[in-house]
Every structure is written in structure tokens, then in C-alpha cells.
Design a protein around this ligand. Sequence first.
Ligand code: NAD
Ligand code: AHE
Ligand code: ZN
Length: 368
Amino acid sequence: MKTRAAVAFEAKRPLEIVEVDLEGPRAGEVLIEIKATGVCHTDAYTLDGLDSEGIFPSILGHEGAGVVVEVGPGVTSLAVGDHVIPLYTPECRQCKSCLSRKTNLCTSIRSTQGKGLMPDGTSRFSYKGQAIAHYMGCSTFSNYTVLPEIAVAKIRKDAPFDKACYIGCGVTTGVGAVVNTAKVEPGANAVVFGLGGIGLNVIQGLKLVGADMIVGVDINADKEEWGRRFGMTHFVNPKDVSDVVAHLVELTGGGADYTFDCTGNTVVMRQALEACHRGWGESIVIGVAEAGKEISTRPFQLVTGRVWKGSAFGGARGRTDTPKIVDWYMDGKIEIDPMITHTLPLERINEAFDLMHEGKSIRSVIVF
Ligand code: NAD
Ligand code: AHE
Ligand code: ZN
């Protein structure tokens, strides 16, 4: 079939809206009509050529929601008409990682996914006879896309696509980092670095679990109002203080119980670790750093009890946990609507990247 898609032909070049060819689902795969997709900073990072796994040409996008329109042979858990969220972190429930119960990072198809291919080692997308790579196993910047059954979460039918799509990455990543990865307890104090589409969801996760002090840190002063809207109690602009770590340690009475990096900046990651309380503070790295960047700190920071952890997709097991987060949204436990600052048609997708880089959006959602 033909489908409309925004194709990343080259790094650092705007996406081009073209009709691409899409092969139907093979065994264990489903064809999904994408109804809406968010634009996450990770899409921008890959388009900007900063992703060591970046492949071009490819169809980016990994924060979508849509409807199953065809199922391949052997598919048992999904049917035509199901409302779904594509998962860049699948859940096969059979691999060593899934069975370990220690991680959400299913490894069953990670190697082909990282090469922009379906699990059988081929691509379903092509343009003028040339293969186009899948992205993060999702490629939601296409009106239709093919995914393996194990990488699709079935969700309730009354959830609006243009909001539910955000649960495909940003919401789950932020709220899940608090609930699943850090397991923040009521009364804790926390510092969140970077108040964008992820950081604000960390803030609402902290509010949800009953954290006491929720400090937001951002170099964009406009983000103070956004943070407070979702439960932030204190704001620090690093530009206004001479030593941000010392300032945060003082503010939190010796250091935070939990800190979260939602910037992808390795200097900030170090600040986040060092703003933790001696003896027990935990720092969660959520931000994705540019290829080649490394983190560093004095080992003494770890010797004296601070813990450095990472979180991918909020530690959520996609098929099991994503539908529950949709319920949380539908039941009013978490908010999504105010964070979606822009809704645009596919033809205007490049504006979504501009708005993000200019710090003018929290989340832009593309509707098909
Ligand atoms: P965003 O652009 O919406 O927000 C980033 C925020 O960080 C902005 O408000 C910006 O002003 C702020 N910022 C930038 N530099 C800063 C600094 N030096 N100090 C303080 N604040 C600073 O991006 P987003 O969509 O929220 O994504 C945030 C990061 O999380 C990105 O690196 C993205 O790739 C990553 N991410 C990771 C996961 C995961 O599973 N681990 C999932 C989604 C996104
Ligand atoms: N490809 C990059 C790493 C990118 C990365 O860390 N991705 C996060 C999700 S970001 C969503 O917006 C993730 O889940 N990683 C786990 C995984 O298996 O990819 C690189 O550095 O090569
Ligand atoms: Zn994302």
C-alpha cells in the first residue's frame, strides 16, 4: 500500500512529506493506522545527527496512538479495530530480560530494532524502490506503520488518540521514572532538571506519590510557571546562582532524596548526582546524551552513598503498564491535556521541531 509519511532523508535536514510504499504485516506483525503522534526530543536528537544509532533515510516518531487495521498470520493478542499504542520497548514475556522481572528492557528484538529493521531483518517501508529504515521499532511519523505484535499495547477505546499518544513515551517515561525506577516515597524531596515534555511528567509523578519538596531546575525562565502548574514547589534557574549544586544542597537541607536529569546534558547529569543527599540520594538519568558524550564525577560521590541509575521508558513494561497509565489519565489521576501545547497536521511537522528548539512548546502532537 501507499502511505503518507514524514521522511528523514538526511541528518539536519527538515523532514519531507511524501507517499512511501508500505508492505503489509508478516507473521506476528500488525498494520496500524496512526491517528496521532507526539514529537519527542529524542526524535530531534536523531534528526540532528546526534544518535549513534541514527539511520537515514528513516521514518522517525515513537510516541503514537492508532488502530489495528490488519493482522499478520499467527497474531493472537490483537484484532482489527483494537486501539493501540506502539511500543519502542516491547514486552515479549519470554526473553531472559522479561523473565528476570528485574527490567522492562525486553531484548527479544532489540538488535534488529536498532538497525531500523523488523525482527526478520527487513524493512516494510520503501520510497522509489529504496528501503527506508524503521525508527525505534515504531515510525509513527507515518499514517500507517507495521509493528511486531509484542511491541503493541492494547488500550481502551474511549481514550482520545491525540492525548493517549503522549503515553507512548513522555508521560510514561516521566511518571514511570518516579513510580517504577526511583520508587519515590511520600514525604521525599526531589529535584528535577529540565522542565520539558519529560520533566513536567516527572513533576506530576512526584506530586502523585506525595513528595514534599519538588524543586525544578531550568535555564528557561518561562518553565517556572509550567512546573508550578503540575506541583513544583521551588524553582531554580542556574543562570541566577553561582553554584547550582551548592544552592540545591542548601535548599534541600543537605541534598535531595531523589534527582532526575531530563535534559540529556552530561554536565547537568553530574550536577544532578552531586545534588543528592550523602548516604542515600539517588539520581535517575532519563535524558539521552549526544553520541560520544560521557558522564563523570568523583568516585567519592558514590563511595559516600549516592546512587546513579538510569531509566528507559520509565521502567514500564509496555503491554502490561501502558494501558494502566491510560486509565490513570482517563480517571483524572494524571493530566495530559495542558501539556499538549500545539496540535498540527503532518504537513507542519517541521514546525513542531522548531517550537521545541525555541523552547516554545511542551509537547506538539501531529494528527493525521
Ligand atoms: P524538551 O526539549 O521538551 O525539554 C528539555 C528541557 O531541558 C527544556 O525545558 C530546556 O530548557 C531544559 N534544559 C536544557 N538545558 C538545560 C540545562 N543545562 N539545565 C537545566 N535545564 C536545561 O525535551 P523532552 O522531550 O522533555 O526530553 C528530555 C530528554 O529526555 C531528552 O534528552 C530526551 O531525548 C530524553 N528522553 C529519554 C527517555 C528515556 O526513556 N530515557 C524518554 C523520552 C525522552
Ligand atoms: N540510540 C541511542 C540511545 C537512545 C535511548 O537511550 N533511547 C531510550 C528511549 S528515548 C525515548 O524518547 C531507550 O529506551 N533506550 C533503551 C534502548 O534499548 O534503546 C544511543 O545512544 O545509541
Ligand atoms: Zn521519546
